[in-house]
Design a protein around this ligand. Structure first.
Ligand code: MLT
Length: 271
């Protein structure tokens, strides 16, 4: 069931399932919290799951104003405050991972552990920033469908495109449901985000890095860099998946994430 809070006139939507270790899920661009449905179903017996629609996405408002990774991170912390959650495992996919790294930089005391999936620590290159501008103009002129056309080939593995047409349509409909103000806000926020590589070696919480083996948007070497630089981080490469392994191959993704969460949870007494 959707819950929400209003921050300076902006409604932020989220939902919760289950009880126990708090785990907050942060979706990628240009998606929404529905991308975590397979995890909300599979892991709700194990933890207190919180899935947030970042501002500009899903059932949250999409104000026509400045978006930044820090603003997204502050919104997530406001949701945790609202739920009286002192610390959560932060699971961020792609842009959600950029938000998780911002939280690590500014709210490390709220992060129990990190799961960085199909994301990267480097800032955009100059060429990447030009691409963000062009995509924002395409969205402005032709709507969210133009963004879906540009993003879908990069989001899903070739075998997903061939074998899972229902999933391809689901991802397209999430993108087409986005407001152009949210799309442009995300693109500006991603273009402006800082380089997080220097942050990596300072991270002290348990960290799991996950990547789909065919991810074209944030490929395996980006994941390897994070796993090699964050002290003690674990790396999981998910076969037959692209940029959205949690949707493309949910079983291995859930197994790996479930094991990580189980290792963090206080052991339950045997009866
Ligand atoms: C995402 O999935 O959030 C985006 O691909 C991230 C990006 O474009 O850098």
């Amino acid at each position: 069931m959707t819950q929400s809070l209003v921050l300076d006139g902006v409604r932020i939507a989220f939902e919760t399932r289950g009880a126990g270790l708090p785990v907050v899920f942060l979706h990628g661009f240009p998606l929404n919290r529905r991308m975590w449905d397979p995890q909300l179903t599979a892991l709700s017996s194990q933890a207190h799951l919180i899935a947030v629609d970042l501002r500009g996405h899903g059932e949250s408002d999409a104000p026509l104003w400045r978006y930044t990774m820090d603003r997204f991170g502050d919104d997530v912390v406001a949701v945790l405050d609202h739920l009286r959650v002192a610390q959560a495992v932060v699971v961020g996919l792609s842009m959600g991972g950029y938000v998780a790294l911002s939280m690590m930089r500014r709210h490390a005391d709220r992060v129990r552990a990190l799961v960085l999936t199909d994301t990267k620590a480097q800032a955009d290159t100059e060429q990447g920033r030009v691409g963000r501008f062009q995509m924002a103009q395409a969205a402005h002129r032709n709507g969210a469908g133009a963004v879906a056309d540009a993003m879908l080939p990069k989001l899903l593995a070739p075998e997903t495109h061939r074998e899972q047409p229902t999933l391809v349509r689901h991802v397209r409909s999430m993108i087409e449901g986005m407001a152009v103000s949210g799309i442009a806000g995300d693109l500006m926020a991603m273009a402006d985000r800082p380089d997080s590589v220097p942050l990596l070696s300072t991270i002290r919480c348990p960290t799991l890095v996950i990547v789909g083996e065919s991810d074209q948007a944030t490929p395996v070497p980006d994941a390897q860099l994070m796993a090699d630089t964050i002290p003690g981080a674990q790396l999981a490469i998910i076969p037959r998946a692209g940029h959205l392994p949690n949707l493309e191959t949910p079983q291995p993704f859930n197994d790996r994430l479930g094991r990580f969460l189980a290792d963090l949870s206080p052991s339950t007494p045997q009866s």
